[in-house]
Design a protein around this ligand. Structure first.
Ligand SMILES: NC(=O)c1ccc[n+]([C@@H]2O[C@H](COP(=O)([O-])OP(=O)(O)OC[C@H]3O[C@@H](n4cnc5c(N)ncnc54)[C@H](OP(=O)(O)O)[C@@H]3O)[C@@H](O)[C@H]2O)c1
Length: 248
């Protein structure tokens, strides 16, 4: 596959799933801009490919997203991946917790999607990929706000897909199961702290949720994103695609 000449924008592209997607896009020849709040992981990932540039951006801030997307200019591939996974039992959810999760996971994704549609539709080609989660397809204990946010972006994705269906733009979501990234490492640290098990045991607990009895690899999630950008992908739109080992 070649994506030579295509311009991609990956939020949260300095680490984890976003970095894997950015590197695979760059390897296929796309010019990629990765964004995040911290410079260090952006610099580290960009150093791995001459096709990757970086821009500091806060995905919970509309102006910051618009500034970064304007600087990137004429984006062909939008990967709205940045997200946070703060946890709380439903009975203890505060408004601050709820709003913080929604600001990045829903409002940020909405702005990225809206601005991408504005840029792509007039040019008649575009690929918008939202990184949701298996938690966007089913709930689980302690992730009420996170799960709600990941369900919410699927509604946005389906509406955006309906609006762009005949305009050369596709809008889809990828729904990974547990992948070992900074985000899941925090969850593992939390299990260790609260239950006293070892990090290996906590990791295996998460792996055991999956029928494969292992965590999903970042490159497996990136491969799904690449497929949505590649030849023959124009008829796939409005879909929430699990990369979950059959978990959902
Ligand atoms: N790992 C999993 O098991 C899993 C499963 C399903 C779905 N997901 C989803 O996959 C996506 C990527 O997560 P990951 O697992 O790769 O974890 P990660 O390595 O922690 O990546 C999250 C990225 O989002 C960025 N980010 C977070 N808040 C941001 C903000 N306000 N503004 C800009 N960037 C922000 C972070 O960069 P900065 O901190 O530098 O801003 C970081 O690069 C998330 O949407 C997550 O919900 C993950």
């Amino acid at each position: 596959m070649t994506l030579s000449g295509k311009r991609a924008f990956v939020t949260g592209g300095g680490t984890g799933i976003g970095a894997a997607i950015a590197l695979q896009l760059a390897e296929a020849g796309a010019d990629v801009v990765i964004t995040g709040r911290r410079e260090e992981p952006l610099i580290e990932t960009a150093a791995k490919s001459s096709k990757i540039a970086w821009h500091v951006m806060d995905a919970s801030d509309e102006t910051s997203i618009i500034d970064a997307m304007t600087a990137a200019d004429d984006i062909d591939i939008m990967v709205a991946n940045a997200g946070i996974a703060d946890t709380s039992p439903v009975a203890k959810i505060t408004m601050d917790h709820w709003r913080k999760v929604f600001a990045t996971n829903v409002e940020g994704v909405m702005v990225c999607t809206r601005e991408a549609v504005r840029q792509m539709v007039p040019r008649g080609w575009g690929r918008i990929i939202i990184v949701s989660s298996v938690a966007g397809l089913k709930g689980a204990p302690y992730i009420g706000a996170y799960s709600a946010s990941k369900h919410a972006v699927l509604g946005l994705m389906k509406s955006a897909a309906d609006e762009t269906m005949t305009k050369g733009v596709t809008v889809n979501a990828i729904c990974p199961a547990y992948v070992l990234t900074e985000l899941v490492q925090k969850g593992i640290d939390n299990i260790v702290e609260k239950t006293g098990v070892t990090a290996e045991e906590a990791t295996q607990q998460l792996a055991n949720v999956n029928p494969f009895k292992r965590l999903i690899e970042t490159d497996e999630v990136a491969a799904a994103a690449m497929w949505l950008c590649g030849p023959g992908s124009g008829a796939i739109t409005g879909q929430a695609i699990p990369v979950s080992g059959g978990q959902v």
